[in-house]
Design a protein around this ligand. Sequence first.
Ligand code: PLP
Length: 375
Amino acid sequence: MHYLDYAATTPVSLEVAKAMMAVLTEDFGNPSAQYSLGRKAKDLTDRSRGVIAKALGAKPEQIFFTSCGTEGDNWAIRAALHQNRRVGKHIVTTAVEHGAVLQCVKQLEQEGYTATYVKPDREGRIPAEAVLEAVREDTAVVSVMLVNNETGAVFPVAEIAAGLKNSPTLLHTDAVQGFLKIPFTAKSLGADYITLSAHKIGGPKGIGALYVGGRAKNTLPLLFGGGQESGLRPGTEATAQIAGFARAAELRLERQEEITAHLAACRDYAREKLSAIPDLCFVGPADAPHILSVSLPGYPSQNIVGELDGKGIYISAGSACHRGKASHVLTAMGLDKRTAAGTVRVSFGPETEFADIDALAKALLEHKSTRFPML
Ligand code: PLP
């Protein structure tokens, strides 16, 4: 198997699985329970919160566990709008956000909010000025992702935060693809809300976290119920997932520089190998070390993915092409239809070997002219 879709999700290591197993089978108490088994579960959850806080350079009380990155995105945007309800009902975001932000904002438009979607340039980049120029007196929240999941573009969140420092407008960033891939802390980014998700960094699916910073006050919960997570995120804590998230973050933190260098080496090696394929072009800036998008213009990406699947090579057209519709990211970048439809995303993890990339390059070269039907 040659798994090259780490931006979609990642495997859980044995060590992470063991940390989860111990919580599932032994330390399984409810953290709200008043006896020792419950207290142990609460201690473990608090310790995990500390690990995620440390990874972000934040305080433990600023970290709230969520069910996933999608929940964190939805929650942050709605909480910011609630806090700034007297500022106005305008939202600034980008045209290339993940659906977890875009569909949330689209829903908010149905509910009476207005939104400006800042477009990227042809490379997929968005300068801070373009975002700041879209901010108005009635802008309650700006939501700009840190790393784009399709192109690997890194957006200037810190610069945007600096531009909003003296304004009441709150800033949210979806850092799901950036966390432990590019170096940052809550302070260096300066965003008021930061969304994280475990399954992009070797943790389990179904657990994420939202960082809520100092300017964010009286946070409105998304769900209402019990008093968990300081009353802001009710629901019995997903203790095993939380333990797995923390263990995965710890393991990444221990080797962060080495892993980042490895990811970048994989991306650069893939760029070199794939550039030998006739007509192949690179899409987007691939600023982040783990994401590389390429296109074979005229060859539908779902066919490429299907062909490679038959050879045990896993890459993604999922983000790039949803049910035959061109990706909103590539469309916003102004890519022509043939290039957009032929775009696939290759993404790397600590486990990626150069041999995986060799297999991909060989398969693309062998099959390109003979097997992929042209559009
Ligand atoms: N934001 C970005 C940029 C993502 O890439 C993803 C996952 O693909 C999400 C949000 C959603 O995260 P989750 O799958 O944890 O809901």
